[in-house]
Design a binder for this molecule. Structure first.
Ligand SMILES: Cc1cc2nc3c(=O)[nH]c(=O)nc-3n(C[C@H](O)[C@H](O)[C@H](O)COP(=O)(O)OP(=O)(O)OC[C@H]3O[C@@H](n4cnc5c(N)ncnc54)[C@H](O)[C@@H]3O)c2cc1C
Length: 428
């Protein structure tokens, strides 16, 4: 039975460009609300989502002066249990969401001091962090190094396996008759409305493998192409997404039977000031990550891999006895303030550019933020663009959360110029 049949009249034809965790979650949210959806991606799940550790960690990922982002991460973490329950039912596969608590440990006295300061800031922001002490930490995790100086627990920081999540989302989408997925790259946004050349009316897609192109018309286009978003032509002129790649190396290792479970918490640590984490999976593997490199080398860095193994071993010496099964490197879509680019763009008269919602720049938090991003994008699609000066209207909100800090045009020139109309052409 199809539970999510589109309701005629109310449904908007949606086109989602990009099938990482954010685009797939958004496509599924739109589809389950009854909207016909086309999803385009040449390699769904193959971007940053392929590398991600899947920590859902608003507390231990808290950074000073990122209060707006913190609120968004908390909203999304709270949405996770319902999101994955519905997804497992719809897709028929387990998205591998686990309530593994997170232990945060420090190696030397400077690490202990830094983590104590962080815990004070976390508590000042109402976040739950429990002091543990190293003896209790080793009682809970016997394979931790005896040399640690401090330990805390963030009980509400959990995890999901992003590859299982992608598989589940793809299965859920494949089960819906009003969803079409196209293995193609969006090269240009369409502007075919003669009455409003700024309106986005779909996109031109190209499939390199088949050497074919297709124009897909849509009422609303969601640009969720991660780092690829700024390469799509036809964005509102003057829009500066200011995305930058922040490369990350990450390792997957198999734990021999005699050492299982290596750890039962996600273990995050500071090792002489360097962060490292170990995320245990139920299949007996462990994920160790991750470097943050702003060089231009897209492949794994030998030095980065060495540092990850050395620092993880300083926290859990038995890491030396694991089988290294995978070294992966991908780039996170970073923004100047580390917050996503999420929402509609404003045009010269203060109204929203119609037909376009942007969802990119999720940097270190895209997996965590996917349920909230999906809901925000679907709400924006259903509400349509604001037609008047937004200053005269109530702000866009998700519950009590103000979405203004995430506007995708916040790094752009104050006034966006009209987009160039797309020349008329028949479907290729
Ligand atoms: C090493 C590492 C560890 C991480 N760990 C975590 C973690 O523990 N927790 C967490 O929350 N986040 C984590 N992240 C961050 C997270 O992976 C990203 O924020 C998230 O994957 C972003 O999702 P996305 O869908 O926006 O982008 P992506 O996953 O990059 O997907 C973008 C998609 O768009 C497609 N695309 C690109 N251009 C076009 C185009 N023109 N047309 C159509 N499709 C296009 C690509 O093929 C790709 O599939 C980690 C990232 C890295 C690199």
């Amino acid at each position: 039975m199809n539970l999510y049949a589109p309701s005629p009249g109310a449904a908007a034809r949606a086109l989602v460009l990009g099938g990482g965790v954010v685009g797939l979650s958004t496509a599924w949210e739109l589809a389950r609300r009854g909207h016909p959806v086309t999803l385009a991606d040449p390699d769904p799940g193959g971007g940053a989502s392929f590398a991600a550790a899947g920590m859902l960690a608003p507390v231990s990922e808290f950074h000073y002066q990122e209060q707006d982002l913190l609120q968004l991460t908390l909203v999304s973490a709270a949405a996770y249990p319902g999101f994955v329950r519905d997804l497992a039912a719809a897709g028929g596969t387990d998205p591998a969401y686990r309530r593994t608590p997170t232990m945060v440990v420090g190696l030397d006295s400077a690490d202990r001091a830094a983590l104590a300061d962080l815990a004070a800031a976390q508590r000042a922001n109402g976040l739950e962090v429990e002091h543990l002490g190293t003896r209790e930490a080793r009682r809970r995790e016997p394979l931790l190094s005896p040399g640690l100086t401090s330990a805390q627990v963030a009980p509400g920081d959990h995890q999901i396996d992003p590859r299982a999540m992608v598989a589940s989302l793809r299965a859920a989408l494949a089960a819906l008759p009003h969803v079409r997925t196209v293995a193609a790259t969006a090269v240009e946004l369409l502007h075919t409305d003669p009455a409003d050349p700024e309106r986005v009316t779909g996109a031109e897609l190209r499939c390199a493998e088949l050497r074919s192109a297709e124009r897909v018309e849509a009422d609303e286009t969601v640009l969720a192409a991660g780092l690829g978003a700024s390469a799509v032509a036809g964005l509102p002129a003057g829009l500066d997404l200011r995305l930058r790649p922040v490369h990350g190396d990450i390792l997957r290792l198999r734990v021999p039977e005699r050492l299982r479970p290596l750890v039962q918490h996600t273990v995050r640590g500071l090792v002489h000031g360097r962060p490292v984490y170990l995320v245990p999976r139920e299949d007996g593997t462990v994920v160790i990550g991750a470097t943050q490199r702003e060089d231009s080398a897209p492949g794994p860095s030998a030095g980065g891999v060495y540092e990850l193994l050395r620092d993880a071993q300083a926290l859990v010496p038995a890491v030396a006895e694991l089988e290294l099964v995978e070294v992966t490197s991908r780039a996170r879509p970073g923004t100047p303030d580390n917050a996503p680019l999420l929402g509609r763009c404003r045009r010269a008269d203060g109204s929203d550019v119609p037909g376009l919602v942007i969802a990119t720049g999720f940097f270190r938090h895209g997996v965590l933020l996917s349920p909230a991003a999906a809901r925000i994008c679907a709400d924006l699609v259903e509400q349509g663009p604001l037609e008047l000066d937004p200053h005269e209207q109530s702000p866009r909100e998700l519950g009590s959360l103000d979405l203004a800090p995430f506007r995708p045009d916040r790094f752009s020139r104050p006034v966006l110029q009209p987009a160039r109309p797309t020349p008329a052409r028949s479907t290729l």
